[in-house]
Design a binder for this molecule. Sequence first.
Ligand code: GRF
Length: 210
Amino acid sequence: MFDIAVFVSGGGTNLQAIIDQIADHRLCGVHIACVVASQDRCFALQRARSAGIPTHVVKRSSFTEPASFDQALLNILRPYQVQLVVLAGYLTLLGPDFLAAYKGRVINIHPSLIPAFSGTGFYGIKPHEAALAWGVRLIGATVHLVDTAYDHGPIILQKAVPVLADDTAQTLQQRVMQDAEQVILPQAIALFAQGRIKQEGRIVRILNEI
Ligand code: GRF
């Protein structure tokens, strides 16, 4: 079984998509070992508990040093056989110690086609507001490997969705979440579970791509 940890901060719609796809056997051989939240008042924790998944809360504000925050996260994951850490709406930067311990095994979902509308400050509804302001015709989502900067690591998968004439930032966010994020995040997890991801510097190769 391919064990994953899912890190959350908000509503947990991406976590729910993973839970649902495992439950209806669209995502096979994957097990959510635990969910780690950055705050104790997020609905993602309710979703995890409803699914019987062990939950933990680790608040960055509880630690003065990045290294002690990293160590707390590593201590929590240690009893689990986690092979992949999935950031699903997680809004806290991970430090170098954590990323070194899980080198090449931390992925994030971002609600834009990186490098557009990404990086510091582009979270939640903000990428969609920026997309509308620019008048782009396509937006989408990106799954990427995580490094020490926001939305900066090598890209694994992307999926585009159209911007429609009557879109608001809210309708765009819904379409991106449903038709892009919740499609490519489980797909990326499956590729890791199948051992089909090979990183070559900034480029990620998907092995045996059909
Ligand atoms: C999603 O758009 C995600 O990409 C972004 O935050 C939004 C909410 O994520 N990081 P979730 O509902 O908490 O999974």
